[in-house]
Every structure is written in C-alpha cells, then in structure tokens.
Design a protein around this ligand. Structure first.
Ligand code: CP
Length: 322
C-alpha cells in the first residue's frame, strides 16, 4: 500500500481486516517494523479517537508519532496556486509539505470540508496537495469527503460481530445506514466512506435510508438500495449504522429537522435484534437514544476500540512497502 486515502488504495479488504484482527490478538507482533521511523499526525480539525488510536497503533509498530495541531499551533496555510499572499495565510502548502516530507516517513492528515464550496471539497483540495508536495506516503485521518480508517474499523467490527453469531454462517448480513438528526451541518464523509467500503466489500445486503434531499453522491452509494422510508429499511436489519450528514445536493444544508429520525428502542424492535453502530462523537438523544447507547445492542465502544487495529493494519502495510 502506497497511501491510504480511500478504499481504492486497498487490494483486499478481507486481508486487511484479518491483519487488524491479528494485531488485536498480538498488539506487539511487529514492534520492529517501524523501528527508527517517524510518523507525523497533522490536525487541521479536532479529534479524539483518530488522533489517539493512530498514535497507539504507530507506537505498537515501534514508530515515533509526533502530533501537530496545525489549526492551533501552525502557520495559516495557503492552498491556492499562484496566490498573492498578502492576506491572512502565512505559508504555502508547496513550501510546508516538502519540509514535513523530510521530517517524517509517513504523514497523516485530518482536514474537514468547508461545506461551502462543493467542488473544492469533492476535489479534495487540501489532502491532494499534501499528496502532491510531501513526497512520502499520506494517510487520511478524515478528509473532505471520506473517512477510510473509520470505515475499515466498521467492517472489522461487523466481521467480528458476525464471527460471534452462528446465524451468519449461511446468511449475508443486512446492513442499514440510517440518517439521524443533528443540530449542526455535518460532513458527508463518514456516510460516503461507509457506503463505499460496504459496497466494495460486497458481502452484505446494503440499504441506505434518509429524508428527501439528503441523498449522498452516487459515486459512493451505487450498489446500495436507497429509501426514504426508515421503518421499511430497518425491517430485518442485522446492523444499523446511525449517522447524520448534511445535504449533498443543497450543499452543506440541513433539510430535515424531524426528531422522529432518531434511532431508539421502538425502531430497534423492527430489526433482527440489530447491533447498532456510530462512529462517535454522538449527540445523545438527538441522533441515538440513551437506551440504545447504554443497552446491549450497542457496538459503539467496541467500534471505537477497534480504531487502533485498523490503523495498525494500515500503517504496517505502508511500512512493508517502504
Ligand atoms: N470517529 C472519529 O473519527 O472520532 P474523532 O473525530 O474523535 O477522531
């Protein structure tokens, strides 16, 4: 693996999941792989899980991680080619990224979308310039449109849960991605990425449900069944992935404020005793009810814990290729 920006960088999802589960059983199995290697974790936006799980994963591979909160501690970066830099930006990405490429062996970036200019966000203006100018492998810690480390974690968590339940010996799981309410406009990244990974994995019946106007880009959803009827979608579901996202068409807008879209125990009763997932952070009793989050069907803590193994599998693949 040369970089990790999307599922397209992965040869075989099942092999990567197996590697992650190997590390879960043997965290220090490849402690020598990253010896004398340094990994930079650059945050242009906040994080709890991604930041800490990737540091833990890197350390378990023997690497030295260095975290840099660019948004708070770095110079304001310029990304426009040919910019006359007489405003607020101090350093061009063309100058900063090659320097970082000299300091690190792998560079990881978190950069959210602005949710104002769809073309700019969906062209991945920021992470693509790190790829272009850093000259070392880049790992996405969530970019403008995708969150691949989260999606790999989600497939790991689903496969792990399936392995513990004999009903899946001869049955494909039904996975439902359901939109949930939120008070703020939220990026489409997690939903895009989850859709892309479940479709690429190809081992599930996949249904997406959302209110009208919250359609995701078909680039990521093709292969899934899509409905605006949440109750119909939830019927016989084995896994329910709950997530809010703002509108793709009316870019960055919230078009539905209907609290009835929140996942709760009444809706869980429609499912096949489904396991419920969310990437966190979650707005309790807005996106998901306390009763679900604190109940036996929630996988959210296991899912977050698996972030370490997903990151470790990805970093090890990159280290083996460099
Ligand atoms: N799920 C996730 O990416 O969490 P953080 O934003 O806390 O990293």
């Amino acid at each position: 693996m040369k970089q990790f920006i999307s599922v397209k960088d992965v040869k075989d999802i099942n092999v990567l999941v197996k590697q992650a589960l190997h590390y879960k059983a043997n965290p220090f199995a490849d402690k020598a792989l990253g010896a004398n290697k340094r990994i930079g974790l650059l945050f242009l936006n906040p994080s709890l899980r991604t930041r800490l799980s990737t540091q833990v994963a890197a350390q378990q591979l023997g690497m030295e991680p260095i975290v840099f909160n660019v948004d708070k501690e770095g110079w304001a970066l310029e990304f426009i080619e040919g910019a006359i830099m007489n405003g607020t930006t101090v350093e061009h990405i063309k100058d900063a990224a090659p320097v970082l490429g000299n300091y690190f062996d792998i560079l990881c970036i978190r950069t959210f979308p602005g949710l104002v200019n769809k073309e700019e966000d969906y062209n991945e203006k920021i992470i693509n310039q790190f790829i272009k100018y850093a000259g070392i492998p880049i790992v996405s810690l969530e970019s403008a449109t995708l969150h691949p480390l989260q999606s790999l974690t989600d497939i790991i968590t689903i496969q792990e849960s399936m392995a513990a339940n004999p009903i899946f010996i001869n049955k494909k799981p039904k996975i439902v991605l359901t939109w949930a309410p939120h008070i703020k406009p939220i990026p489409q990244c997690v939903a895009n990425s989850f859709s892309e990974w479940v479709n690429a994995w190809g081992a599930a019946d996949f249904v997406i449900t959302h209110p009208k106007g919250h359609e995701l880009s078909t680039e990521f959803t093709k292969g899934a069944s899509i409905t605006n009827d949440q109750e119909a979608a939830l019927k016989e579901a084995d896994f329910v992935y709950v997530k809010n996202w703002s509108s793709y068409e009316q870019y960055g807008k919230i078009l539905c404020e209907d609290a009835q879209w929140m996942m709760n125990n009444n809706k869980l009763a429609l499912t096949n005793n489904a396991k419920v997932m969310h990437c966190l952070p979650v707005r309790r009793n807005v996106e998901l009810s306390d009763e679900i989050l604190d109940g036996p069907n929630s996988l959210v803590t296991k899912e977050a814990a698996n972030r370490v193994w997903a990151a470790q599998a990805v970093l090890s693949e990159i280290l083996k290729n460099h």
